[in-house]
Design a protein around this ligand. Structure first.
Ligand code: FAD
Length: 328
């Protein structure tokens, strides 16, 4: 990309209860990665009822220019209300890339924004590389079994950054960016935000255990969960974790859920029993010290992150392993 073709990279900041979210950091890290690859300055868009403090925080911590739109009464979760101010500000920037968090707000805003900008929309981006002079974005498909490379066919691309996929470059910012504050009335919307409620409390046991034995849909039936509990009991300081479908089925409480919308764990040992390895699960356990996966499918994505891959029916493996432990 020649310098004259360089366009800015816009990052849409997200905040909740007066604090910037981790999703903002993820979107910013993707923006910085694109800046390294194709050039172009990163600029941040922020909107809210109160924007001065958050705007200053962004300028200081990221070292980039920020446009903050104050909209009295704006709920940070009302995606539709964000659309008009984003389009207005981005019109002045003419960005090549617009980066949002891959959060419920990002999912709501990204497709409509792409429509309005005449841009391509690529969601849940996990990686980006330059191939034949242009960026190719990687995203998981089919529960993580396939990683697709996607190239946009438009001048502008709207992207959502998969949580934890991009790391912000090390080192402190060059200096504080410039903060511009604009004021806009609440836009006319067809939806109304009714506010937000705290989500389900997470069990600290699963986050603090040294060993996590986690069950997935591969357990087949609720009774087989007892096997996973028995395996956990065989170790000291172990807790039972679960993939989300088991919690959705009501077989185990959401307190045990590991993953994107559950707990993030990093035990010394993680034993995944009947878990396919969807990205949303992996993101919550990939920092574990040693990973053992038991799965009947030799192509299961969990095997890509496992240190030991056991291709076996868990109802055969767990009793055999426990037998061996008690009678070595
Ligand atoms: C917004 C969003 C957030 C999400 N958040 C989370 C999250 O936080 N955590 C999470 O886990 N998921 C989350 N998910 C769901 C996620 O995408 C997957 O659907 C889920 O992780 C799959 O769970 P699973 O691996 O147990 O089930 P499946 O994908 O159905 O996999 C079951 C596996 O068991 C294997 N198997 C079958 N029988 C046996 C047997 N007898 N012995 C051994 N192996 C066997 C199969 O080969 C298969 O690989 C989220 C999804 C979305 C859209």
């Amino acid at each position: 990309v020649s310098p004259k073709d360089r366009r800015s990279i816009a990052v849409i900041a997200e905040h909740l209860e007066g604090r910037l979210t981790q999703g903002t950091a993820d979107a910013f890290a993707l923006g910085m990665r694109l800046g390294d690859l194709v050039g172009g300055d990163v600029q941040v868009f922020l909107a809210g009822d109160q924007v001065e403090t958050l705007g200053s925080e962004l300028c200081a911590s990221l070292g980039v220019n920020v446009v903050a739109v104050r909209i009295p009464g704006l709920s940070p979760c009302h995606g539709e209300a964000l659309m008009a101010p984003i389009v207005e500000v981005l019109g002045g920037w003419n960005p090549g890339f617009v980066c949002l968090p891959h959060s419920s707000l990002g999912w709501e805003v990204a497709p409509g924004l792409a429509m309005q900008l005449g841009a391509a929309c690529i969601t849940a981006v996990e990686g980006v590389s330059m191939e034949r002079g242009g960026p190719v974005f990687r995203r998981s498909m089919h529960g993580g079994k396939i990683v697709a490379g996607v190239r946009a066919g438009t001048g502008t691309v709207v992207l959502t950054a998969q949580p934890g996929a991009f790391k912000r470059p090390e080192g402190s910012p060059r200096g504080p960016g410039r903060l511009e504050i604009r004021e806009r009335p609440y836009p006319q919307c067809r939806s109304r935000s009714l506010g937000q409620k705290p989500g389900i409390a997470r069990d600290s046991a699963v986050s603090q255990a040294e060993i996590v034995v986690a069950a997935g849909r591969g357990v087949g039936k609720e009774e087989n969960l007892a096997l996973v509990h028995r395996l956990a009991l065989a170790f000291a300081n172990a807790a039972v974790g679960a993939s989300r479908p088991l919690c959705d089925l009501g077989w185990i409480s959401y307190r045990h859920q590991v993953g994107l919308t559950g707990a993030t764990v990093a035990p010394r040992l993680y034993i995944a029993c009947g878990i396919s390895g969807a990205y949303q699960h992996i993101v919550g356990m990939r920092e574990s010290g040693f990973i053992v996966a038991v799965n009947t499918d030799p192509h299961a994505a969990i095997f890509n992150v496992a240190d030991i891959c056991i291709q076996e029916d868990l109802t055969v493996f767990i009793p055999a392993f426990l037998m061996r432990l008690s009678d070595p």
